[in-house]
Design a protein around this ligand. Structure first.
Ligand code: XMP
Length: 318
């Protein structure tokens, strides 16, 4: 019978036999899959696992510093690489969603390849690929577990893609990955994190991306997500986030007329992201969240809630 404990035991033994004293590089994304894969490898080979956590400048508010600290606290041999400026430069002036994904994927590969080259004699690339990633390619672009599969063949493969591949989670579903993480004593909040797309906030900022828009959306998103947590709703929702619309609308503040940004909130129930229903969040919660966003985030004067299911609407707006 499959149990998380026996999976951990067998997988650690298998990884040790496979990898021996070789060095392994792994890209952490802050998400459940790459984190659990890292813990398994850490158990198996300790300091020979070299983790890289890239800040693409499109993560949630404080996510880069908080998650990096958390990884260090877990004993992982992890290097944080803040490449925000490189990503934002590459995205400047781009509005098309697929071009955004391509730019992000390309810069990620460049940054990751540079970092992998700094690890002397690295032999393996480990990834948090899970079974649904293999059968579909929905969650596939932009993030560490991901870029390997898609696009980019300019000038041949980057060197890190020529490494031997270790994918200890590739037979598991998400709920099994969470149980494996729990059996290794990993933090419940980390294991319960909502999915977050590799291209991050870039595909939740409709139109072109500027550092100011990223900061604004980070603030809005933080109010929404913290609100869900405080109201005990976070774990009842499969995924949630805020979208910055390329729309200004008229408002009033005191006796001033305002002409400011509109944000959309999205929260969905799903099991695999392939289909999804919008969540019937309590009106009181939506009311408070809307007030909090408009009061706390300068530049936003209107909040709307997305009541579209997938299909036909996708979870992300881009
Ligand atoms: P959609 O928007 O297609 O999203 O309904 C389904 C799930 O996939 C995530 N998503 C992505 N993940 N790179 C990723 O790593 C992407 O380019 C990407 N696009 C969408 C989305 O957040 C949802 O969980």
């Amino acid at each position: 019978d499959w149990t998380p404990d026996s999976f951990v035991e067998e997988t650690v033994a298998k990884l040790q036999a496979q990898i021996g004293n070789d060095k392994v590089v792994l890209g952490l994304s802050g998400g459940v899959d790459s984190s659990v894969a890292a813990m398994l490898l850490h158990k198996a080979i300790g300091e020979n696992l070299y983790c890289i956590f890239v800040n693409n400048g499109l993560l949630r508010k404080n996510e880069y510093t908080d998650v990096l600290e958390q990884y260090k606290g877990m004993g992982l041999n992890v290097k944080g690489v803040d490449a925000s400026a490189r990503f934002l430069d590459a995205l400047a002036g781009i509005s098309d969603p697929e071009l955004k994904r391509k730019a992000i994927g390309r810069v990620f590969i460049e940054v990751f390849d540079d970092e992998a080259h700094q690890i002397q004699d690295v032999k393996w690339l480990a990834q948090g690929t899970i079974y649904p990633d293999i059968i579909e390619s929905v969650s596939a672009t932009g993030g560490p577990s991901v870029t390997i599969k898609s696009h980019h063949n300019v000038g041949g493969l980057p060197d890190f893609m020529k490494l031997k591949i270790a994918e200890p989670l590739k037979a598991l579903f998400k709920d099994e990955v969470r149980r494996v993480g729990a059996s290794m004593g990993m933090d419940k909040a980390l294991l319960g994190r909502h999915p977050f797309p590799g291209p991050g906030l870039a595909i939740r900022i409709l139109g072109d991306i500027t550092p100011e828009k990223v900061r604004l959306l980070q603030e809005v998103d933080a109010v929404f997500i913290n609100g869900l947590k405080n109201a005990g709703l976070y774990d009842k929702v499969w995924q949630a986030g805020a979208i910055l619309l390329p729309v200004n609308s008229v408002g009033v503040m005191g006796d001033e007329r305002t002409y400011e940004k509109c944000v959309a909130l999205r929260a969905v129930e799903s099991t695999d992201g392939m289909t999804a229903d919008w969540v019937n969040l309590p009106y009181e919660f939506l009311q408070k969240t809307s007030n909090d966003i408009i009061n706390k985030v300068k530049g936003v004067n209107r909040v709307v809630y997305d009541i579209s299911s997938k299909p036909p609407a996708t979870i992300e707006w881009e």
